[in-house]
Design a protein around this ligand. Structure first.
Ligand code: SF4
Length: 374
């Protein structure tokens, strides 16, 4: 556990914006937590190898400190269970290091790449899949690293879609962010930019009118965020999401399915319904990556299917996230879900409705081209 608070550097003379002040006040020492919470993490506060904790006062204010299973605290407070080993699990569960052609760039698909631009996060999510990339502050790209990445992307014109991530890229100053986005936009073959951020969840004041103006300059640009529990939707996060949507910046949500946080089907239904009402498309529901020390937060595959099954038939298809597994080994994401095909028969298939009823779907009576020729 780190001893001193990681402070966001605010340039001398610059006027500290509320979000920067909030970030500077992020809590990273047990003694700065309310007493009950400090006691809770004290026994392993100095444990080596533990992802250091960090939380904004705003995000912590959403928690009930008296509840040992509070869904906000489960996401941001270290737990002794993180120190438990499980043989066979890798420190880089989706093999981003292996798929990194140069520092700060990950390429796991032919047409897409992730640019690890952000250097820090407002909250260190306990389930973070990138915590191996730096103890506490994820190593973001410096100016030279950014130019190397730009050169790589320029040389690989088949990459048309770049995810800007990190760390949280929206914790960078507007000018720094604008510079990186303009460099990306200078590459003709990059058609779409996606920005992965948890700021609307953990630091919603970051979504300022000036940030919106900055992002709008570099469209088509999608914002991918990560709300995991309905309690994360507050008046401030509603303002943030409203600003993004009203500016024509499509927002999609990628939840991580976490035991005790959102593995209750009704909790997930409420989250998806509320996000959809705020013009946020529930996009993915990830099974938690196989990180060592995360067994207490992971759910079983069958529990994940049960959540997915519950949503079907209750919500509009646009409000139902696709359940996915990011395959170990960096082989990409695969969609998984309850099977609605009961059996196949000649000329038809028998399907299961969300209500459980069986229904036949008839194949069309047309000859396939091969049959015609024969
Ligand atoms: S905001 Fe994203 S990158 Fe940062 S700690 Fe949370 S999950 Fe990890």
């Amino acid at each position: 556990m780190q001893k001193s608070a990681p402070r966001q550097r605010i340039q001398k003379g610059a006027i500290a914006t509320p979000w920067a002040q909030e970030l500077a006040q992020a809590i990273a020492r047990p003694e700065d937590l309310p007493e009950a919470l400090a006691e809770r993490i004290a026994p392993f506060a100095n444990a080596q190898g533990l992802f250091p904790f960090k939380v904004t006062p705003y995000y912590l204010s959403l928690a009930d400190p008296r509840d040992p299973r509070d869904p906000i605290l489960l996401q941001c407070l270290p737990d002794a269970a993180e120190l438990k080993e499980r043989p066979g699990l890798e420190l880089d569960p989706i093999a981003e290091r292996r798929h990194s052609p140069l520092p700060g760039l990950v390429r796991r698909y032919p047409d897409r790449a992730a640019l690890l631009l952000g250097r820090a996060c407002a909250v260190h999510c306990r389930h973070c899949t990138r915590r191996h990339m730096g103890q506490g502050n994820i190593r973001g790209l410096d100016a030279a690293g950014l130019e190397d990445a730009i050169a790589f992307l320029r040389d690989h014109a088949e990459i048309s879609d770049v995810l800007v991530t990190g760390g949280d890229p929206l914790l960078l100053d507007d000018e720094v962010l604008a510079h990186a986005l303009s460099r990306l936009r200078s590459i003709q073959s990059v058609r779409v930019i996606r920005v992965g951020t948890r700021a609307p969840v953990t630091l919603p004041t970051r979504i300022t009118p000036n940030l919106i103006k900055t992002l709008r300059r570099f469209g088509p640009l999608y914002v991918l965020t990560q709300f995991n529990h309905p309690r994360e939707i507050t008046s401030l996060s509603k303002i943030a999401l409203g600003r993004l949507a009203s500016a024509g910046l499509p927002v999609a949500n990628q939840s991580v399915l976490l035991r005790g946080v959102n593995d209750d089907p009704e909790v997930m239904e409420e989250l998806c319904r509320n996000l959809f009402g705020l013009r946020v498309r529930p996009y993915y529901l990830f099974l938690c990556d196989q990180w060592p020390g995360l067994e207490h937060l992971r759910t079983s595959f069958d529990a994940a299917l049960a959540v997915s099954e519950h949503l079907r038939g209750r919500l509009s298809g646009l409000a139902i996230p696709q359940l996915v597994v990011d395959l170990p080994g960096g082989l990409g994401k695969v969609p998984v879900g309850p099977d609605y095909v009961v059996r196949r028969e000649p000329g038809k298939v028998v399907l299961r409705a969300p209500s459980g009823e069986r229904v036949e779907y008839l194949n069309p009576i047309v000859q396939e081209p091969a049959e015609k020729e024969a």
